[in-house]
Design a protein around this ligand. Structure first.
Ligand code: CP3
Length: 355
């Protein structure tokens, strides 16, 4: 399976999808595998298309290109799930914030650092502006075999807010954290707006054909427990509840990267179908922290994927041994790195499927 064929847009990943079975709590001899950032610069066919597309955002907003890039890793590696090629920062873009990607540096936004600047944003996300993203979802779903699931995504409100307030990543997200301490009402209003925008964005992806959605909280792990509960757990809980109320069939994966000892409270509050584990998490502790029957996703070290060889096999075997007795989705603990040899991804998939 895993080949790319033409299917009607209505076809959804069927009952035989290993990925959807894991999200329904099934324990499988061969668990599903996909990788965060499975499309991207480590693939020569991505670099070739990226050079033709122009900017990264042009690539994201051109359905023909974004569809092709989403399918590239599926063709090469027959992964169990495709993830929409887009970015978490399309949400602030569709709220009216200026967003650009500087070559070799990363995202740059015109910072929203005060109540006055916050007031300049749209109250509701402009879903029409993101129509090319939803068209990409429909095109990808139509092109995938039924057993390959399609994942939509958004950034968690906290992580997206750190880019909106700081204008860029880095510096321990200090700009956003200062605003949250000094003007909690302003920061809360921004988080609340992002909860609503994220729900609308995720539901539009589900309507277009996504069967599961992942919420990426890349930076909340750094927060102290009380701030983590307020700015990470509560908004992700709200998103999860609202998405499931509107689309009960959709599966939700919550990834609070580096939650560590905060995972138990997070998993008790958030009604997700799976929790993502970052590279450094203790898997045995994580299994005990998450309700039985709820899937875990992770957490092979992306650097072991770069190294390959026996170290990669051992890293995969460790995940299977520690988590394979419960519902499991094999993945990395963070995204694929640019210097990863593509053949190491093939090795990882083969190692998982050996079972
Ligand atoms: O997983 C996938 O393959 C789907 C696509 C995807 C991208 N970004 C594509 C991308 C997803 C799910 C994301 C999520 C994302 N984006 C996160 C959360 C996950 C994480 O990695 O922690 C964050 C924090 C962002 C914001 C972002 N986008 C940054 C900080 C950067 C610059 C860093 C970098 O690697 O260049 C991006 C750019 C980006 N997003 C690229 C890709 C493939 C590189 C763009 C290029 O080709 O130059």
């Amino acid at each position: 399976g895993g080949a790319v064929t033409n299917r009607p847009a209505t076809s959804a990943a069927g009952a035989e999808s290993r990925f959807l079975k894991a999200l329904s709590g099934e324990v499988q001899t061969v668990p599903p595998v996909w990788l965060m950032r499975q499309a991207g610069r480590y693939l020569p066919e991505y670099r070739e298309l990226r050079a033709r597309a122009g900017s990264f955002l042009d690539l994201c907003y051109t359905p023909e290109f974004a569809t092709e890039v989403t399918l590239q890793p599926i063709r090469r590696f027959a992964l169990d799930a495709a993830i929409l090629f887009s970015d978490i920062l399309v949400v602030p873009h569709a709220l009216g914030q200026e967003v650009r990607f500087v070559e070799g540096e990363g995202p740059r936004l015109d910072p929203v650092a005060s109540l006055a600047e916050f007031a300049q944003l749209r109250e509701e996300i402009d879903l029409g502006f993101l129509a090319p993203v939803y068209e990409t979802v429909a095109r990808v779903r139509a092109a995938l075999d039924p057993e390959v699931a399609l994942i939509g995504f958004c950034g968690a409100p906290y992580t997206v807010a750190t880019y909106m307030v700081g204008g860029r990543g880095g510096d321990e997200q200090a700009a956003a954290r200062k605003l949250a301490y000094r003007e909690p009402e302003t920061f809360q209003a921004l988080i609340d707006r992002l909860v609503e925008a994220s729900v609308a964005h995720l539901l539009a992806q589900v309507r277009a054909g996504a069967q599961a959605v992942q919420v990426f909280d890349s930076w909340s792990g750094d927060l102290p427990p009380a701030e983590f509960a307020r700015w990470s757990t509560e908004p992700i809980r709200a998103i999860c509840v609202k998405v499931k109320a509107a689309a009960p069939e959709v599966k939700v994966i919550a990834f609070a990267r580096g939650a560590g000892a905060k995972l138990a409270d997070f998993a008790a509050a958030v009604p997700a179908d799976a929790f993502g584990l970052a590279t450094a998490e203790n898997r045995t502790a994580a299994r005990a922290a998450v309700p039985a029957g709820v899937a875990l996703q992770g957490n092979v070290d992306p650097i072991a994927l770069v190294a390959g060889g026996a170290a990669l096999d051992a890293a995969v075997d460790g995940v299977l041994a520690d988590l394979g007795h419960g519902p499991l989705i094999v993945n990395l603990g963070h995204g694929v790195r640019q210097e990863t040899p593509p053949e190491h991804v093939a090795q990882m998939v083969a190692r998982v499927r050996r079972g």
